[in-house]
Design a protein around this ligand. Sequence first.
Ligand code: MTE
Ligand code: MO
Length: 256
Amino acid sequence: MTNNHRIDRRRFLAGAAQAAGLLLLAGCDNLSRSEWFPRLLGGAEGLTRRAQRLLTSRKAMAKEYTEAELSPVFPANGNNDPDNPDYQAMAQNGFADWKLQIGGLVQHPASLSLAELRALPARTQITRHDCVEGWSAIGKWKGAPLGMLLSLAQPLPAARYVVFHCADPDEDDQAYYESLDFEDAYHPQTILAYELNDHTLPVAHGAPIRLRVERQLGYKHAKYVMRIELVEGFESIAGGKGGYWEDQGYEWYAGI
Ligand SMILES: Nc1nc2c(c(=O)[nH]1)N[C@H]1C(S)=C(S)[C@@H](COP(=O)(O)O)O[C@H]1N2
Ligand SMILES: [Mo]
């Protein structure tokens, strides 16, 4: 790691103390954006009723549940133990050497250890996970709000999507990846979770961190996130459709 990179990281972390304030700033961004939402909806000449519902519902919070409603068992699905020697070595070591990279179209690229992520203000939420394969489970997730990390990294004006690169390759060595637009990336319930049901996130569920994006289907919730990249478009990444399953024909916006 270059010295420059270290300095960047220190500056990045110094900002963490102001994270709550920055979150408010991010909120303001959303507010100013929400100024044109009502106008858009008010003069909805070109908009169908269905499109209006889509716009308004994307602002909504996903339902949250109580401890009493937690599923007795939360199934693990998809890859549950990445076939990747680098990942296996980090897991052996309790992810002490793991670092989350944040880069691409940002002012302040950063790399954060698990301890550093855990030191940031956290959000805890009990939500229902819905997999397209036909099962659901209610779990309690704790993690760092993605919006806060993005505010610290400061996306450049050209950035439009947040891409999550994962550790697990499939049989054809195709890496799992996912992407969100800023609407979902800055949503308060979008977090990088490092705990499930009050325990350190197990490998089967995406250790050391996995995305929770609560108003979308299971496959959007990238596990084993290694690197976050801000991009203008995702056409040039893998199959070009913005995600591992999207490249095989699934919807990019998998709203529930
Ligand atoms: N990296 C990675 N993320 C992934 C998957 C995967 O195979 N690899 N599967 C997805 C699917 S289809 C679902 S339903 C959820 C399952 O999360 P869980 O194992 O915690 O239940 O993870 C999603 N994220
Ligand atoms: Mo799924």
